[in-house]
Design a protein around this ligand. Structure first.
Ligand code: HEC
Ligand code: HEC
Length: 290
């Protein structure tokens, strides 16, 4: 080993590195820096012992404190649920029609219902509830199965034409392609288009076919029948479309729209909240007097 060279001016050892005749001094690292550095190493070791840290094949070391982000989320959710437990109990206990009379409860129901709707309903009915082909608009006054709070809650709880719930709303328009010939169907298509612009439901050859095949569900006046979920054909509001192609398809093959039952997936408070939310969207009806 060769003795290190010392700098003449400071008397400090040099590292031997030289740039353009300037030599680097081998000063020790500052104390404060070194201790901070050691402290971070110590902190790192303690941290990996206490908290989840080192990756294993399928998981990671758990850490002695047993802390996990999953538990933390669960605790936060539990805290929110606890905070809402009172108002949710109120929501479940209240008479459905009386929710509206309590301002605080009503505004909770509408807000919670909007959240339930965004998560569970918007993929079919649209985020603004305006519906799509085959999925009814929930903003208007045209109801297939009824627009009172009780009607809506029933539809949500049990769904429509699903096999999972024995109380699902059920009806089935026959596929008339098996019963009528194409000329008759064409006549009915024209007849149904006429109904939407104020035509007489029972007039002419189309009217006779309508009376014989369709009036049992859609009514002699063509205004539909809620017990059957049969749409009003006179309002020019179409679930599946009012042009010739759509109507020919509907009458020839029928449609059979299915909605899942939510009674088992949502809790009672959520069902009531979302029914309240849908009811106040614009088309909500009041129960009739009798
Ligand atoms: C998988 C698609 C789908 C989802 C998800 C869905 N629905 Fe529906 N919903 C339908 C269909 C299809 C119909 C119409 C069935 C028919 O032809 O009668 C319907 C009908 C309805 C009706 C009856 C409308 C009327 O005119 O009587 C209401 C109310 C309703 N849905 C509310 C909801 C709510 C609230 C949710 C969320 C909790 C929801 N739906 C989720 C498909 C869906
Ligand atoms: C057994 C009851 C029943 C009978 C009979 C019936 N329908 Fe329907 N119809 C329905 C139901 C229920 C719907 C709702 C659509 C679904 O199944 O999703 C419907 C839907 C329709 C629609 C779609 C309306 C829209 O908004 O898109 C048209 C059009 C229609 N029916 C015409 C007819 C005609 C024409 C006849 C006679 C040839 C007829 N229906 C007979 C029950 C019936």
């Amino acid at each position: 080993m060769t003795a290190r060279k010392k700098d003449d001016v400071t008397g400090v050892e040099t590292t031997g590195h030289t740039w353009d005749g300037i030599e680097e001094l081998n000063n020790p690292l500052p104390r404060w820096w070194l201790w901070t550095f050691y402290a971070t190493i110590g902190w790192g070791i303690v941290y990996t012992i206490l908290f989840p840290a080192w990756p294993l094949v399928n998981s990671a070391t758990a850490g002695m404190l047993g802390w996990s982000t999953r538990d933390q989320v669960a605790r936060h959710i539990a805290a929110v649920e606890e905070a809402n437990a009172g108002v949710e109990a109120q929501l479940v206990a209240a008479d459905l029609g009386a929710i509206r009379e309590d301002d605080a409860l009503y505004s909770y129901a509408v807000n919670a219902g909007a959240a339930v709707f965004r998560t569970n309903c918007s993929q079919c009915h649209g985020s603004g509830a305006a519906g799509a082909v085959g999925y009814p608009n929930l903003l208007d006054d045209a109801w297939l199965w009824g627009g009172t709070l009780d009607d809506i809650a029933h539809t949500v709880r049990h769904g429509v034409r699903n096999e999972d719930d024995p109380d699902a709303r059920w009806s089935q328009m026959p596929a008339f392609g098996e019963m009528l010939d194409p000329d008759e169907i064409a006549l009915l298509v024209a007849h149904v288009q006429g109904l939407a612009s104020g035509g007489d439901p029972l007039a002419g050859a189309g009217g006779a076919l309508f009376e014989a095949n369709c009036a049992s569900c859609h009514g002699e006046d063509g205004r539909g029948m809620r017990e059957m979920g049969a749409p009003n054909l006179t309002d020019a509001i179409w679930l599946y479309g009012g042009d010739e192609a759509a109507l020919t398809e509907t009458i020839t093959n029928a449609r059979f729209g299915v909605m899942p039952a939510w009674g088992a997936r949502l809790n009672e408070a959520e069902v009531r909240a979302v029914a309240t939310y849908v009811h106040q969207l614009g088309g909500g009806e009041e129960p009739s007097a009798e």
